[in-house]
Design a protein around this ligand. Structure first.
Ligand SMILES: Nc1nc2c(ncn2[C@@H]2O[C@H](COP(=O)(O)OP(=O)(O)OP(=O)(O)O)[C@@H](O)[C@H]2O)c(=O)[nH]1
Ligand SMILES: [Mg+2]
Length: 507
């Protein structure tokens, strides 16, 4: 910063020479003119020229330059590509699938569902235009921070392998359903796919309606940072847009949310906010149109800069959470999921479980793919698929885990009952013993019954320690894991505090 035009050019030339040595590229994220701060009441040393043109001139302050540069390694191997996972949520018709279509294809929408077309997985989705499942889409950025998009002239769509062969970073989107009918699947997508960020979409015309608050609430309960994208600003009268924004800001600032809304209008905002976004408090807000393209480049730049979260630890024992299973011809049983901790290689022996009796069975990794490309290893934080030896698909259910295991160590224990500290967010009357709800915890999703609670009944807003018992089979849980429970309009959140090996007897 604080360079003359000439010095900046010189710095960039030098940088370029250095980057050749280390096989990297750079891109300018944002470049501005600045002057020394002429306002004594503001504490920063510099301000942008736009903010103080008159003052700067009056005081005869020199105008200098500041730039943010993104440096990325060229051609990383597929296992070292940076990855962030973003779950896309919001009410039905907000434009979620459309935004993903527009971002990954690099072409605009026609307002009648053109861009979302090849994102659908089922025939009924194409017919209704509604997402009903958990869709996966990736957006790659190359080492020069340029998005890698599908050819727009109707040529062959890029495969994930094509994208990864050019990418230094990929954003993996989880496209979720906005319709209430599919809420269970959407909750699973938000807990099971372990997203780093939640992108909440709001239709400018529609405002905060339907499932918007529900989805925001889920992100808050899971402690996932949220960014908001307001869509359809091309077809929204200014007064309606204003009232949507007002409503949104009010909700974000409310005691239940306690977020700091940040309107992203320039690349400077993008750089500053993306770098500080690890804080759960900040909530960037974008205003875009998938039809005119307004605001899209800011969203794209934001996703490009957004750092991956450092919460994953590769030095811990291997743990992998299964979110889906497949039977692949000539390969056999394949599972997809996220590596929660540790590293595993092809050929490694692992435990798979728990089965319906709570037991773990041995298996080995036959193959690993990351973004549909073969890799030799999988490490913490990555979404990968694993091909398994000696396992039939019918032996696996979502919510099972794969763990590394030392020969002499005791077998991992699944639990039928667990204790949790819970907060009831909503219930129309009272919750007591024997109450049943769907419990979500990571990729675990099972009905559980309350077998014990430290109060006689629970109402909306109550906190309590509760013992749950899974109805069908034991699950593998960890102390400290966040849970969500729901049944009809009832909902609650909590944290696992104890795994009960000596079950409480119930009648
Ligand atoms: N005018 C205009 N139309 C848009 C914009 N974004 C999306 N649309 C249209 O809005 C409709 C709904 O978009 P979708 O992307 O299917 O919405 P969704 O959020 O994925 O909906 P669900 O999957 O059912 O939850 C489509 O007809 C899009 O063409 C926009 O920015 N401007
Ligand atoms: Mg959709």
């Amino acid at each position: 910063m604080n360079l003359s035009d000439e010095d900046l050019k010189c710095a960039l030339t030098n940088l370029e020479k250095i980057l050749v040595e280390v096989d990297a590229d750079y891109a300018i994220m944002d470049e501005r003119n600045i002057s020394e701060n002429p306002f004594p009441e503001i504490k920063t040393k510099y301000v942008t020229e736009e903010k103080a043109p008159e003052e700067a001139k009056k005081n005869d302050l020199p105008i200098t330059k500041v730039a943010h540069i993104m440096i990325r390694k060229k051609n990383p191997t597929i296992d070292s590509i940076l990855e962030i996972r973003v779950a896309v949520v919001g009410n039905v018709d907000a434009g979620k699938s459309t935004l993903l279509g527009v971002l990954t294809k690099g072409v605009l929408d026609d307002g009648r569902g053109k861009a979302r077309l090849n994102l659908f997985r089922h025939k009924h989705e194409v017919e209704s235009g509604r997402t009903s499942s958990v869709g996966m889409e990736i957006l790659g950025f190359n080492s020069k921070s340029i998005p890698i998009t599908h050819p727009s002239n109707g040529g062959r769509k890029l495969t994930w392998e094509d994208i990864c062969s050019q990418a230094s970073k990929v954003v993996s989107f989880v496209d979720l359903a906005g319709h209430e009918k599919y809420l269970k699947t959407t909750v699973f997508g938000m807990t099971g796919c372990a997203p780093d960020f939640v992108l909440l979409m709001v239709g400018a015309n529609a405002g905060i309606i339907g499932m918007t608050k529900e989805h925001l609430g889920l992100a808050l309960s899971l402690g996932i940072p949220v960014l908001v994208v307001i869509t359809k600003i091309d077809m929204c009268p200014p007064n309606i847009l204003e009232s949507t924004i007002k409503q949104l800001v009010k909700i974000l600032k409310s005691p239940g949310c306690r977020k700091i809304p940040m309107f992203i209008k320039t690349n400077e905002d993008v750089v500053v906010t993306a770098a500080n976004f690890v804080s759960e408090r900040l909530c960037p807000i974008f205003q875009i149109s998938n039809v005119t393209g307004e605001g899209l480049s800011l969203v794209r730049n934001f996703l490009n800069i957004l750092p991956s979260q450092a919460k994953y630890d590769s030095s811990l024992p291997f743990e992998y959470q299964i979110t889906d299973t497949f039977s692949v011809p000539f390969v056999g049983t394949v599972v997809s999921g996220v590596v929660i901790s540790g590293v595993a290689h092809i050929g490694d022996n692992l435990l798979l479980g728990p089965d319906s009796l709570g037991h773990f069975i041995p298996t080995a990794i036959k193959g690993i793919q990351r973004k549909r490309v073969n890799v030799p290893a999988a490490s913490a934080g990555q979404g990968v698929t694993l091909a398994l030896k000696r396992i039939r698909r019918s032996q696996i259910r979502k919510g099972m885990v794969m763990l590394s295991h030392d020969k002499d160590a005791p077998m991992p224990k699944a639990c039928r009952q667990f204790e949790a500290e819970v907060l009831v967010l909503y219930h129309s009357t009272t919750i007591g013993q024997k109450y049943q709800a769907m419990v979500h915890c990571g990729s675990v999703r099972q009905t559980a019954r309350i077998v014990n609670l430290d109060q006689t009944v629970l109402r909306t807003g109550d906190r309590a320690t509760v013992t749950f018992e899974f109805i069908k089979c034991p699950e593998w849980l960890k102390v400290g894991a966040r849970i969500i429970f729901r049944e009809g309009r009832t909902k609650g959140i909590g944290k696992v505090t104890k795994l009960l090996t000596e079950p409480i007897k119930t009648t």
